[in-house]
Unconditional design. Structure first.
Length: 191
C-alpha cells in the first residue's frame, strides 16, 4: 500500500504535462474568385443578440486581384500557471496590391457561407477571408483551398487539406460572405 501512493503520484505528475502542451498551428488559405472582390479582415467578432447578425469590428486588407492568400500562425505556450498566445497573419494578392484601412477600426457586416461556423468565435479576435460580388454581376465562382498544420511540442504533426468550390450570389450591399475564419489570440477586450 505504501508503494501504491508514490506510484500513483508519479503517474499523475507524468500525465499532467501531456494534457496542457505547447503547440503551433499554421494555416494557409488561398481563395480565387471570378467576378468577386476578396478581402481579409482582422478584428473582434460580435453577434447582435436580437437579430443574430454578425459583425466584425476591426481592419481590412482588400485584395485588388482575383486571388488572395492568407498565412496565419498561432503559437500557444502553456506554462505552469499561465498560457501565452501569439498570432501573426500575412495576406498577399496575385498582383501584389493590397489596399488596407491602415489601422482604422471599422464595423463590417458578415454573412457566413454554408459550412462556416461563426458562432463559436463570437467575442474573440479572428481573421476572416470574405467575398463580395462585384457590381454588375449576379454571382461569383469561388475556389477555397486550405492547408492547416498543427505542431504540438510533444507529439506528431497533423496536416489537413481542403478544397471547396462554391457559387456565391450577390449579398446585400456592404455585406461580406465569410468563406474562412481563423481564431487569433484571445478574447475581445470590450465584449
Amino acid at each position: 500500500m505504501t508503494f501504491a501512493i508514490p506510484a500513483l503520484a508519479l503517474a499523475v505528475a507524468v500525465t499532467v504535462p501531456v494534457i496542457a502542451q505547447d503547440n503551433t498551428v499554421k494555416t494557409r488559405t488561398k481563395i480565387k474568385g471570378d467576378d468577386a472582390r476578396i478581402v481579409s479582415m482582422t478584428g473582434c467578432l460580435r453577434q447582435d443578440p436580437l437579430t443574430h447578425a454578425y459583425t466584425l469590428v476591426g481592419t481590412m486588407a482588400a485584395a485588388t486581384g482575383d486571388e488572395l492568400t492568407t498565412n496565419t500562425k498561432v503559437k500557444t505556450d502553456v506554462d505552469k500557471d499561465r498560457t501565452t498566445v501569439k498570432a501573426t497573419t500575412k495576406t498577399d494578392t496575385d498582383d501584389g496590391r493590397i489596399v488596407a484601412t491602415g489601422g482604422s477600426m471599422t464595423t463590417f457586416r458578415l454573412l457566413p457561407r454554408g459550412g462556416v461556423n461563426l458562432s463559436r468565435h463570437v467575442g474573440h479576435q479572428v481573421q476572416v477571408s470574405a467575398i463580395t460580388v462585384e457590381p454588375g454581376h449576379h454571382d461569383a465562382d469561388v475556389t477555397i483551398e486550405e492547408k492547416k498544420t498543427t505542431d504540438p511540442d510533444n507529439g506528431p504533426d497533423r496536416t489537413t487539406r481542403t478544397k471547396t468550390k462554391v457559387e456565391l450570389s450577390r449579398a446585400v450591399y456592404g455585406q461580406y460572405t465569410v468563406v474562412s475564419v481563423t481564431p487569433m489570440a484571445g478574447t475581445c477586450s470590450a465584449y
